[in-house]
Write a protein that binds this ligand. Sequence first.
Ligand code: G3I
Length: 357
Amino acid sequence: MCPIQASANPPCLRLLLIALLAGGCSSPADPDPDPVQSLPALREVSNFPVGIAFQAGRIQASAYNSIARGVFSSLTAEYEMKMRHLSAGPGVYTWDNADALVEFARSNDMQVHGHALVWHESTPSWVENFTGTDEAFETQIRQYITDVVGRYGDAIISWDVVNEAFENNTGLLRQSVFRRRMGSDYLARLFRYAREADPDVLLFYNDYATPWDAAKRGAMFSMIDDFQNRGIPIDGIGLQMHVTYDFPSIDAIGAVMDSVAARGLLVHVSELDVRVNPAGDLTSLTEARSQAQKARINDIVTAFVSLPADRQFAITLWGLRDPDSWLIDFWGNPEWPLLYDEAFRPKPAYEGFLEAL
Ligand code: G3I
């Protein structure tokens, strides 16, 4: 890695970082730099926070570290702030990785979005197999929320209080342990407990597929309307945005963003990735699909920036490099869904993001 020339101006340093990481040792003075090697850092040109799903183990890895802090202004823990990874038992916590991520963000002027207080897919065994009464269960969950939100205070400006509470296609509440032990109004009580833990933290509900799953979308908006009618605290909605290069339509995406904003809530594109190989027909990323991905990212960012500025919470990419994506194991296909390639070089998708700003 070339020595990074010291610069009095951090943005220049960030630009240089992009150039160095993208193309190795190209000097910014190159007469004809590769167009992908002179891209501004998103955090320098965006009027809203641009986030990255990150992991504590990558803080020490120079390329991840440099790009995360040089390009992004928001951080979401990809998994280390979930209950299964924080809590081994009632009142028993492992804070190290979450603390490291919060400190990394603080020292690099990045905001932290907490993900996620309650998610049925990341519950520790002591919660799933709780043998006490329903009342004792709820007391433990309330204490968990109080302990976690209270620990970080202003260091974490927002939390996904609940992730993915509604079933696909039916919009019914999932029969999670939380629903079973706390009853059908558990969502409202969890949001209240989070508000009691911190009067200022922004409280989000987070889910996927809402642009195309009408039943889930309807259930989410019914919950929002009910919350707002009853004075249950909620500040924003996370639209995960795990999409493909050609589905769903940008109109469907924009409509759900607009509906959230119309209710006075913040919009967080919370887990953006764009599959380019949903049918498994590719063994390598073609230029055509790469350009389609660029257009897709551009459309989504354009839809987001068309929202009122005070509704634009953040856009968070669900990972840095293509090989890091959860999608590869989940779907079992080769995939290239993110903004950076395997060599930490910004892809055309990165340019698509920039061009929408
Ligand atoms: O890195 C550790 C490794 O050191 C350890 O030995 C191993 C065994 O426990 O775990 C490894 O961590 C895994 C981590 O992914 C990194 O690969 C965790 O077990 C595994 O649970 C974790 O999966 C995450 C998953 O949520 C469950 O928390 C994925 O990274 C993450 O991308 C995925 O993200 C979810 C969102 O939170 C909610 N929306 C859907 C999205 C995709 O499922």
